[in-house]
Write a protein that binds this ligand. Sequence first.
Ligand code: PMV
Length: 332
Amino acid sequence: MIEATASAPAKLILCGEHAVVYGRPAIALPLGDVRATAQVAPGAPGAGLWFAAPDLGGAWGYDAEPDNPLSELAMATLRQIGAADQDLTITLSSAIPIASGMGSGAAIGTALVRALSAACGHSLAVEQVAALVYESERRYHGTPSGIDNTVVAHERAIWYQRRWAEGRRPGAADRPETAPAVLPPIIEPVTIGAPLTLVIGDTGVRSATRLPVGRVRERWLADPPTYEARFDALGAIVAQVRAALAAGDPAAIGPLLDENQRLLAEIGVSSPELENLIAAARSAGALGAKLSGAGWGGVMLALVAPERQPAVAEALREAGAAHVLHTTITVG
Ligand code: PMV
C-alpha cells in the first residue's frame, strides 16, 4: 500500500441530453481545469476505511455508513482489485458545483476509483473505471445513460449512443422482461477542428438529475409518438454539431445549440432561471446557448467568439448567475 492521489474532470453535455437516455447520440466534453481529487493514505491498523470530504458533507467511517454511495463505490473497487481488507484514509475534494449538470458525482467517483487502484498498485482500464462509477450512479440516480461516467473516465470529447439487441430500442410498451438486452454503447472520439470558447453560467438552483429524467419518462410513456419525434430531432442536431465541430465551424454550431434548447424547453426540462441566463448570453452576442445536463436548474452553456467571452461572462453575472466559468476546448 502506497499513498496515491488522482483526479478527474468535470463534464459538460454539449448537445443531446435526455434524448441520449432513449438511444439517440449525444456529445459530451471534459472540463480539464475544473476537477475532483481523491487522496488515499494508509490508515491506523484495524481502522478500516475512513473518509474525509470537507466539500461534500464531512467525515465518516465505512463501518458506520456502509450504504453511503462513496463507501459502496470504494468497497466495490477494492473487491474488484482483490484488496477488500484495507485500513485507508481517503480524502476527497472537489471544485465542481454539486447537482449542477457538471458531473460532480461522476468526477468524485472516478477520482476515488483511480486513487484506490493506484494506492493498491493496480491499474484499471478506462472501461473498468467507467463501469464501476456507472454502477454507483445507477443505484443512486435511477436510469443514467452512462454518458457522464464515460466522458469523465475517457477525458476527451466523445460521441455517446446507447444500443440494444435486435437493432431496436425499448419502446413504451416494453416491460423489463420483453425489453431488448442492453449492448455496450457506441463511444467514439469527436474531432474538434477549431478551438471552441464556452462560457458556463450556473443558475445556483440545485436539481437532482432523476427528477427531470423521471418527468420526461412519464411524458414519453403518455405520448410515445410525439416524444420519439422530438428525440429524433435532437439526435439529428447532434449529428450536425459533430460535422460542424470536425469542420472547425463554430458559427454553424451556434444555431444548432439554440434549436437544441428549443426542443429541451418543449420536452419540459428548462426553467425560468435557465431561460434568463440563456437570453442574457444571446443578447451579449453568444453564437448560441442552451442548458446543459438534466435541466430545471444547474448550468447553461454559451458558445462565443473568443473576443466576446468577457462580455458574455459579464452579462451572465449581471443576470444573476451564481458562478460563471469559461473554458476553451482545444483542437484534437
Ligand atoms: O447528470 P446530468 O445532470 O448532467 O444529466 C445527465 C444527462 C441526462 O441525459 C439528462 C441523463 C443521462 O443519464 O444521460
